[in-house]
Design a protein around this ligand. Structure first.
Ligand code: AMP
Ligand code: ZN
Length: 468
């Protein structure tokens, strides 16, 4: 099967050729852990989970390495830890905050049907590699130390901007460049910065400090995908320092990914950090950008209180990952109906094989809308439908557990009892038009009736339950 992926680096859809088919390597930028993840953050997690599943299917489950890092050192984390854990020593507060938040994230994305990645490195466990990379950048003339900082000197790298392909003015605006007296060029970005006693810090040749965001991913991808067995990064052949696929949301193209490329390529002398760069489009809510100030900022956790994770997963995959997605309640309702149908059709399905038409759609740059259209065509083949849905991360429930996920209709029991009694009276009086009307009225309230006889008296009785 030939797999095609759109590559942001070349702006074309290309045939995917792994560097080593026995070990296909994928790195995706993971969460910064200081708060519940929002539904926009779920998009890269679900999209790249589908890619991971597809790669496992094509190359074999043991031949794919998927890394999704945890950013557990960041100024937003420091600020939140001080706010949420007053009186607790900062380093301890930060550890509690990041561990709690990552636990929540793991539970959320598991509920969305995502497989755990092969490795989930934490930035704080890779600081030594970051320091070594920065030292190497300085030694090679791509970076410099100034006032407790280390900075990457952008004009030193001729190919800077190859991923973002923006003008210098655009890049300066996009990077929200800080003017600082110690910078040689306004575009220069921070590799290392000094920490106060309250902030997390590590010893370094530039004083006690902490890494900038971009260097974290250069170090973690190196430690997990290039030299996973340790031994540093002194790889003789620069071409050996390239891995296959790097992913994230479209907002990361610039400056984050551009800067990752700059650091890794210049430190290791490799022409490419990763061969394929993939970016998911943004998610907005009911036609508006999601933001705290608009009050439409929705966490995965909040949605999971009302919607099964598979409903969220399907809603996400009904749009192609490259396009923007408008997240709506209507979309989730529609996905729930579709899943009800799939659960019903596959309830007694036997063992089957994954449908080739669905694989073909996925192999065409993860065309999930097309894949879903193909799934709709599989109703006459329940075994193939079930196998394909499972491969895509659905059907984790039994049919009964799935049905029980619909909340029971919210009904006023006293009012229902009165209507049920009135219907019984109408039946006794043989006023069937009225008893039918009352049954319809009860059905409209979400109530199902069961008529029977009292075993002792033989009198007709009616029991009821709220429909799911
Ligand atoms: P962050 O925690 O902001 O660094 O984001 C984590 C991941 O979620 C990154 O890959 C972002 O590109 C992605 N992301 C953040 N917001 C959205 C959104 N509204 N739609 C799609 N992806 C997003
Ligand atoms: Zn990253």
């Amino acid at each position: 099967m030939s797999l095609k992926l759109y590559n942001t680096l070349t702006r074309t859809k290309e045939d995917f050729v792994p560097i080593d088919p026995a070990n296909v390597r994928l790195y995706v930028c993971g969460p910064t852990v200081y708060d519940y993840a929002h539904i926009g953050n779920a998009r890269p997690v679900i999209v790249f989970d589908v890619l991971f599943r597809l790669l496992r299917h094509v190359y074999g489950a043991d031949h794919v390495t998927y890394v999704r890092n945890i950013t557990d050192v960041d100024d937003k984390i420091n600020a939140r830890a001080v706010r949420d854990y007053p009186g607790v020593p900062p380093v301890e507060a930060i550890r509690t905050l990041t561990e709690t938040t990552y636990g929540q994230f793991q539970a959320d994305v598991a509920a969305l049907g995502c497989l755990p990645p092969t490795f989930t490195p934490r930035a704080t466990e890779h600081v030594a590699t970051m320091v070594a990379l920065i030292e190497r950048l300085i030694a090679r003339g791509y970076a410099y130390a100034a006032e407790g900082h280390a900075l990457f000197h952008v004009p030193a790298m001729k190919a800077y901007g190859a991923l973002a392909r923006r003008s210098l003015d655009d890049m300066i605006a996009g990077a929200r460049v800080d003017v600082a007296p110690y910078k040689r060029d306004p575009m220069d970005f921070v590799l290392w910065k000094p920490s106060s006693d309250d902030e997390p810090g590590w010893p370094s040749p530039w004083g006690r400090g902490r890494p900038g965001w971009h260097i974290e991913c250069s170090a973690m991808s190196l430690d997990t995908l290039i030299t996973p067995s340790g031994g540093g990064f002194q790889c003789d052949d620069p071409l050996k320092n390239t891995f296959d696929i790097h992913g994230g949301g479209i907002d990361l193209v610039f400056p984050h990914h551009e800067n990752e490329i700059a650091q890794t390529s210049c430190a290791l002398g490799t022409p490419r950090m990763a061969n394929v760069w993939m970016h998911n489009g943004f998610l907005q809510v009911e036609g508006e950008k999601m933001s705290k100030s608009l009050g439409n900022f929705t966490t995965i956790r909040d949605l999971l209180a009302d919607w099964p994770g598979e409903v969220l997963r399907l809603t996400m995959l009904r749009s192609h990952y490259h396009q923007p997605i408008d997240w709506t309640v209507r979309g989730m309702e529609e996905s729930w109906r579709v899943l009800d149908d799939w659960y019903a059709v596959t309830a007694d399905a036997g063992e089957g094989a994954v449908a080739p038409a669905v694989l073909d759609a996925l192999a065409d740059d993860l065309n999930t809308p097309k894949a879903i259209a193909e799934l709709h065509g599989l109703k006459q083949q329940p075994a193939a439908l079930a196998a394909t849905l499972r491969m895509l991360g659905f059907l984790a429930d039994t049919p009964a557990a799935w049905a029980a996920r619909r909340p029971a209709a919210d009904v006023d029991a006293a009012a229902v009892n009165a209507l049920v009694a009135a219907r019984l009276a109408a039946r006794k009086a043989k006023n069937f038009a009225e008893s039918d009307r009352l049954r319809d009225e009860l059905a409209a309230l979400g109530v199902t009736l069961k008529d029977g006889k009292d075993p002792a008296t033989g009198e007709p009785v009616t029991t009821w339950e709220a429909k799911r």
